[in-house]
Design a protein around this ligand. Structure first.
Ligand SMILES: Nc1ncnc2c1ncn2[C@@H]1O[C@H](COP(=O)(O)OP(=O)(O)OP(=O)(O)O)[C@@H](O)[C@H]1O
Length: 547
């Protein structure tokens, strides 16, 4: 065996074939040598993608098997599969078993490979805090973790402390309050809701430690050091799909093990001087808010409720008045920006602001308004809400869909599922922004607020007076909540009933905001993008055409 500072080389056998193996700088390669000493196929594995090196003949999947032999060692590494269900190829665990001419050579290979691994992968996690939501998606969180994730962590020498959640927000509270010394990252096994819990926990804790007030909408938030990992086990897993290009627990686990790090922009939502929420995926008004509100009332339908609610809300053909003020990023014009909906058209006025960049005000009636920090893709919409949105450039894409005829709006919605440009429509405008404020135009919504208050008084007397029969079914509980928590909580519960579609006899001119699948309790909100606030164990979307 030849060894120098950059290169280790020797003959090894895989089965009955002879190979010349090299460990050289960043790569471990082995080339098949035929009987005439000619070189044939070479396989190369970056050292940074080696998952583990074990003595003997070892198998991890489908079941762990170890045969302790003197001459063999087994190499585990990231293998890119040829096809998968995402917009990039899935990763799996590659395994090759080498036989050495002597035990000394075998031990030397193992030592050299492990040393190279430490040198070339300094950012790998050693200890992780894992939260499993046993009720997310198809309720397979525990099974996914124990059968697919835990064996890979063990192989890579990662220890994990596992918390199976017993209630919503347990993971967030744990991160905010418990001692996290020694953990290199927090992992959720669940869907977007679980990711959001970790996001709020990690950001909140970092700001607490830095003495930064999250409620101040103008404050510069402290970037978070603790990495977040997502093992998809929810029903949509949009954040995972957008940051990985695929929803696959093994691919996610391998990214975590090799310590990939992807910065991510986060948007804060404030109501006056109160932080309402953070999001990375989407906040949407109008159609998106109405669909969520409607679907909340049909939870019993399971995932089908989104299709059902989408149809019902579409049939209502509603649009809402609004005033959107946005701080444009320097990269103001969106690549797909439609020239027919000019930025400086009559209904756009400019004014300066405290935020860098220029502010514009846009007023009108909208079918929907959405703001997204990422493309927000999912298997149903592989290109997502805003196909060219970046993960970490400090901007978000504001998409305004103005009042349109039902067929036009259907075209817009349908284009999310195919390759046609959803922005190339005369009633769609897109802006790349750093901050957004939404308000109701003067006079709009006030009448409703008053009506709403009167109605709530009536309802207190007689719950059956609620405009929507579905809500009435739950009204006693809602009334109790209102008494306990005040108007905000009541309107949070009640508003979905106001936009519920055909069953509701009182159409309203105010929608609700859908923030990453949660209904926000306020209409007039301000949003601000915080560039690269958190880091994920991910690599963004890899080009699947590369080997
Ligand atoms: N033990 C628990 N009991 C009840 N709710 C929980 C529990 N653990 C977590 N939650 C909450 O359940 C909500 C949904 O969970 P999760 O996001 O994992 O699954 P999902 O809704 O199926 O997936 P997706 O959000 O991708 O559609 C989260 O908002 C989380 O706060």
């Amino acid at each position: 065996m030849e060894t120098d500072s950059v290169r280790v080389e020797s003959s090894l056998w895989i089965g009955n074939k002879r190979y010349r193996a090299f460990l050289s700088g960043w790569y471990f390669s082995w080339t098949e040598i035929d009987e005439r000493n000619r070189e044939k196929k070479t396989i190369s594995v970056p050292v940074s993608e080696v998952i583990g090196v074990k003595e003997g003949r070892v198998e991890i999947q489908p079941q762990k098997k170890v045969e302790d032999t003197d001459l063999d060692f087994t190499l585990f590494y990231v293998k890119r599969n040829s096809k998968g269900k995402g917009i990039r190829v899935p990763w799996s665990l590659g395994r090759t078993q080498f036989c050495c001419p002597s035990r000394g050579v075998r031990d030397q290979w193992i030592t050299q490979l492990r040393t190279a691994l430490k040198t070339h992968s300094p950012s790998r996690p050693h200890r992780l805090l894992v939260f499993i939501n046993p009720f997310g998606g198809k309720k397979r969180g525990k099974q996914i973790f124990h059968s697919l994730v835990a064996p890979l962590f063990e192989l890579a020498g990662i220890s994990s402390h596992v918390v199976v959640t017993e209630r919503a927000n347990q993971a967030r509270d744990y991160i905010l309050k418990k001692d996290l010394t020694g953990f290199d990252g927090v992992i959720c096994v669940g869907g977007d809701g679980m990711f959001s819990e970790l996001l709020h926990g990690v950001i909140g804790r970092t700001q607490q430690e830095a003495g930064v007030s999250e409620h101040d909408p103008t404050v510069m938030l402290q970037p978070c050091d603790l990495h977040i990992g997502i093992i998809p086990a929810g029903s949509t897993d949009c954040v995972c799909f957008t940051t990985m290009g695929i929803n696959d627990p093994v691919t996610s686990t391998l990214h975590i093990i090799i310590g990939d790090s992807q910065p991510l922009d986060v948007c804060s939502v404030h109501y006056q001087s109160t932080l309402v929420r953070y999001f990375v995926s989407m906040v949407g008004y109008g159609f998106y808010g109405d669909v969520l509100a409607e679907s909340e009332r049909h939870r019993w339908m399971g995932p089908l409720r989104y299709d059902y609610s989408g149809c019902m809300v579409y049939l209502c053909n509603r649009s809402y008045p609004g005033q959107v003020q946005s701080a444009l990023s320097k990269e103001r014009l969106f690549p797909h920006f439609n020239s027919s909906s000019s930025l400086y058209s009559a209904n756009v006025s400019q004014y300066s602001s405290e935020l860098e960049g220029e502010w514009v005000t846009i007023e009108g009636r909208f079918k929907c308004i959405s703001l997204t920090c990422m493309s927000s893709s999912c298997p149903r919409s592989p290109k997502g809400l805003s196909p060219s949105a970046h993960l970490a450039d400090g901007t978000a894409d504001l998409i305004l869909v103005r009042e349109a005829n039902p067929l036009g709006f259907l075209t817009y919605l349908h284009r999310h599922t195919n390759t046609q440009d959803q922005f190339d429509l005369p009633f769609v405008e897109v802006y790349r922004v750093k901050a957004v404020r939404f308000s109701l135009p003067p006079g709009e919504g006030e009448e409703e607020e008053e009506e709403e208050e009167e109605e709530e008084e009536d309802v207190l007397e007689d719950p059956e007076k609620l405009c929507c029969s579905n809500i009435a079914g739950h009204s006693q509980q809602h009334l109790a909540e209102r008494k306990e928590r005040g108007n905000v909580a009541m309107s949070r519960v009640k508003r979905p009933g106001f936009v519920c579609g055909p069953c509701c006899t009182k159409p309203r001119s105010v929608s609700v905001w859908n923030c990453d699948g949660e209904i926000l309790p306020h209409t007039e909100i301000s949003c601000r993008v915080h560039g690269q606030l958190v880091r994920l164990f991910a690599r963004g979307i890899e080009d699947s055409t590369k080997p």
